[in-house]
Design a protein around this ligand. Sequence first.
Ligand code: ZN
Ligand code: ZN
Length: 255
Amino acid sequence: MPVDYHTHPLAHGEYAHSKEHLSLFFEQARKMGLKEIGLADHDRFREDFCFETIKEAARSFPDLQVKVGIEVDYIPGKIEKISQLVDEYPWDFVIGSVHFIDGWGFDNPDEIRGYEGKDPDELYSRYYDYLAEAIQSKLFDIIGHFDLIKIFNLRPKEDPVKLAQKALDAAFDAGVCVEINTAGRYKPVGEMYPEKRLLQACYERGVPITLSSDAHHPAHVGRDIDQAKALARRVGYHKAVRFSARQKDYLSFSA
Ligand SMILES: [Zn+2]
Ligand SMILES: [Zn+2]
């Protein structure tokens, strides 16, 4: 059943949706034993999405299910614009992510100075307020990298589960899925998103999960998905979600 529901063929605008480049993503997916790959390029590169080429490239990989989604920045006050973006194409799934706090790209190494003088607990609270708002908007199927705010390993004094409580409860209420995103292992924090205790809290609340690499390069497709699955199993999950036309379907880990 292995799936990877968060990959970026366009990366940060360095690449195009060419048949050659997309094929590299699909080849790696096949090599990693994935049955399904979800493309989820950032909405800021929406003009560069080429659905026809994706379909054409996918035809050469009949053994691989290719799902087309998008990763959308949740920005408070831009709900209408986000809503239009979500409605303008028949996406298989939509990932909602908080990458900005009041215009500051807190996960961007070029903006790391923004952390100076900030209280970690306040920062975490603000991040989770925005995340809860994103979830409550009900515009998204999956919440991207749930605890991204830990990226540079700045840890709060307060219990992270407590700080995230509102967002965790909102995820259950909205029926939103949380992803186990393995890319965090290669960031300064050195662990997956979300951390085990938060994942446990998701499980206890009945929040469904999916698995993802957040690959911005073909070589990273499917990276550590087996470890993500093992972590999911350790906290009690037996299945992951996949999407078609924004409808959930559960896949058993044993299948
Ligand atoms: Zn992201
Ligand atoms: Zn991403």
